[in-house]
Design a protein around this ligand. Structure first.
Ligand SMILES: *Cc1c(COP(=O)(O)O)cnc(C)c1O
Length: 375
């Protein structure tokens, strides 16, 4: 693609830190960069503890395991998200049960949750840089004694009423995959406040082995450790976290301006931002009833626009978690699309993408089709 969806430029601090880690021989799942990365991350998102792990999907798995979620339990997840929350629930043996998302935030709708006596946890996803209705969801968690997990993988730097994502729920998780705002290539983290659960997460992530008793395995764990070189890449980005976030928001602002008149006309809509939210745009996202045609046109022009995810309730493997119709998630999945967005994306490139969107949107779309009668 001529214009990719994402384009990564690691800050030089990341390269220097990684080189130092390599030169020092710290290349496995213990080392000074891991400790520093965890401390910086915890501080940034206002948590007492952070545990660096292999990726954001494993972060969710470890969190669910630490909370004791297992077979027979239900975990409520939004119907519209990247698949990880549902997959993680399934990996620990639980059933992911879907809740629709809400029009104004595209995040889980706290007023229509399919809670049953089997519900052990609810995973709220700060979708594409927009926080969940955290006060409502946390309140429901307390009221029903259900653990609330925050999946902040797509929202580094977003705020809910001024408070950073990563600080909500009993435990939050991050991904540092290459297309996220802060990245280590592959990587993730679990962040939380409870000392006991911090120990549990570390135990599970490190073969279930007691830290002070080698080869004594307290629980069935696995190896979910981030490696020290990866952590070093992360350390190099912690100092310019705010700049990375601002840089993507700036791209979104430029798209808003370039597409301003079209966005006022109706059919083309931007992902909304609720009044309680300070967004941290991950990828600039729009909806349009003619999404498929528009994305096809953009792709033909060498622009790597992408349709939004399939609603998870439409994946046959997750059919057992469907409860109802999910009109919002299904509409957004059918109409949503992502535009190329990266920190430092040149203005001319943004303008070019915006112009291509304009052409695709204003092109007359076929509204009915005919076919040749067969002989
Ligand atoms: C990216 C992402 C994850 C985790 O991704 P990994 O690639 O496993 O790090 C989890 N949840 C959401 C919502 C994501 O977008």
């Amino acid at each position: 693609m001529r214009i990719p969806l994402c384009n990564l430029h690691l800050p030089s601090a990341s390269i220097q830190e990684a080189e130092a880690a390599l030169a020092d021989g710290w290349i496995s799942g213990t080392g000074p960069a891991i400790t520093r990365f965890e401390a910086l991350l915890a501080q940034k998102v206002k948590r007492r503890y952070a545990v660096a792990v292999t990726n954001g999907t494993h972060a969710l798995e470890v969190a669910l395991q630490a909370l004791g979620v297992h077979q027979g339990d239900e975990v409520i997840v939004p119907a519209l998200t990247f698949v990880s929350p549902a997959a993680a629930a399934r990996q620990v043996g639980a059933t992911p049960v879907f809740a629709d998302v809400d029009e104004n935030t595209w995040t889980i709708n706290p007023f229509f949750l399919p809670i049953t006596r089997h519900t052990q946890a609810i995973i709220g996803v700060d979708l594409l840089g927009h926080p969940v209705y955290w006060e409502h969801l946390e309140h429901i968690g307390r009221e029903h004694a259900i653990d609330i997990i925050e999946d902040a993988a797509e929202a580094h730097g977003a705020l809910y009423r001024g408070k950073p994502v990563g600080s909500f729920g009993f435990v939050s998780t991050f991904s540092f995959h290459a297309n996220k705002t802060i990245t280590t290539g592959e990587g993730g983290a679990v962040v939380l406040d409870g000392a006991y659960f911090n120990e549990q997460v570390r135990l599970i992530a490190n073969h279930g082995m007691k830290p002070d008793k080698r080869y004594w395995h307290e629980v069935v764990g696995s190896n979910y450790r981030m490696n020290n070189v990866t952590a070093a890449i992360g350390v190099g980005q912690m100092a310019n976290w705010d700049q990375q976030v601002a840089a993507r928001n700036k791209v979104a602002e430029c798209y808003d301006i370039e597409l301003g008149d079209l966005l006022k006309q109706g059919d083309l809509r931007r992902r909304p931002v609720a009044d309680f939210a300070t967004e941290a745009v991950m990828l600039y996202t729009l909806t349009h009833p003619n999404r498929d045609k528009i994305v096809e046109r953009l792709q033909k022009n060498g622009i790597d626009a992408r349709p939004l995810w399939t609603a998870l309730v439409d994946l046959p493997i997750y059919r057992d978690g469907v409860r109802g119709n999910y009109p919002v998630a299904r509409r957004l999945a059918a109409e949503g699309f992502l535009l190329p967005t990266w920190a430092g994306m040149p203005y001319e490139t943004i303008a070019e993408v915006a112009n291509a969107v304009r052409e695709a949107v204003t092109e007359r779309m076929p509204v009915c089709s005919t076919s040749t009668p067969s002989a």
